[in-house]
Design a protein around this ligand. Structure first.
Ligand SMILES: [Zn+2]
Length: 285
């Protein structure tokens, strides 16, 4: 099954940004400021944030994915591809479905207001099977972060036109309002919300298409020792094929040594008391 993921607008599209933000924002919670106080955050950046995560989600679930409006997770170098050009790419690539990612706006764009919520657009004339797809995706989106559900609305939008796109269904998702201070700061400019949204959209698409959703596999982030969470020790034991107890026992330690030996690694610094980053990475494959 082939699906197109579209990221709305381009890096330098006029308008299409939040009003000036009243405080600095750390989008990915890495301790570094990503948006300075007084800056206006661009819609395309958030669209690409969600779209690139959605591509990974859908590929993991077995879809073949086509991209329009962006090429990778770097949102700072994308031209604003004309809608007719986006349509042509999708029609040419024989996609079954298309999903366009956007954030909504209301008012003059200079100040924040109370318009809010998540909603999906389908075409008013050339919707194909879009209504069912839209309802299913919206059900998953509305089940996540608490938001006003604006429902499925019909409008003659280029990225929803199943005739022009030659798709069975095409939806345009408006994830939150960039002109609503709460939604702009906690959703649009929040990498955790991007991931949640990508996962929910993927779950909706999978349910609609009758495909099993494959969640991202858990991989421990810190080196595993006897004081690690049982979840991480069990993860290690499963992969080393020793009894899964959640306790870092002698069998686990010997298995780490044996594994390191089989790879030709030097274990003389840890003596098997630690499964480090390279061991975790190798076992995760
Ligand atoms: Zn938009």
């Amino acid at each position: 099954m082939k699906i197109n993921v579209d990221a709305g607008h381009g890096t330098n599209t006029a308008g299409k940004r939040t009003p000036p933000l009243p405080a600095a924002i750390d989008i990915d919670q890495d301790g570094k400021v990503d948006i300075k106080k007084g800056e206006q955050y661009r819609e395309h950046y958030a669209n690409v944030g969600v779209a690139s995560l959605l591509v990974a989600e859908l590929q993991r679930c077995g879809f073949e994915v086509v991209k329009t409006g962006f090429n990778d997770s770097n949102a700072t170098d994308d031209p604003d591809t004309a809608l007719t050009d986006r349509q042509r790419v999708i029609a040419k690539s024989n996609c079954d479905y298309s999903i366009s990612i956007h954030f909504n706006a209301y008012g003059d764009g200079n100040s924040f207001n109370s318009a809010q919520g998540v909603g999906i657009y389908i075409h008013d004339k050339y919707a194909g099977q879009s209504e069912k797809l839209a309802q299913t995706v919206l059900k998953h989106l509305a089940g996540g972060t608490k938001q006003t559900n604006r429902g499925v609305n019909k409008q003659a939008l280029a990225m929803c036109n199943c005739n022009a796109l030659d798709t069975k269904a095409a939806i345009l998702v408006e994830l939150a309002f960039m002109t609503n201070l709460h939604e702009a700061t906690t959703m649009m400019a929040n990498a955790a919300y991007w991931l949640e949204s990508a996962q929910e959209i993927a779950r909706g698409v999978c349910e609609y298409a009758g495909i099993k959703y494959v969640p991202e596999a858990y991989v421990p982030v810190a080196p595993i020792t006897k004081t690690s969470p049982p979840q991480d020790i069990k993860w290690l034991q499963e992969r080393l094929k020793v009894p899964v107890t959640g306790i870092f026992d002698q069998k686990t330690r010997i298995a780490i040594l044996t594994y390191a030996d089989s790879k030709g690694w030097d274990w003389s610094t840890t003596w098997g008391y630690t499964a480090g980053a390279s061991t975790i990475k190798s076992l995760a494959k």
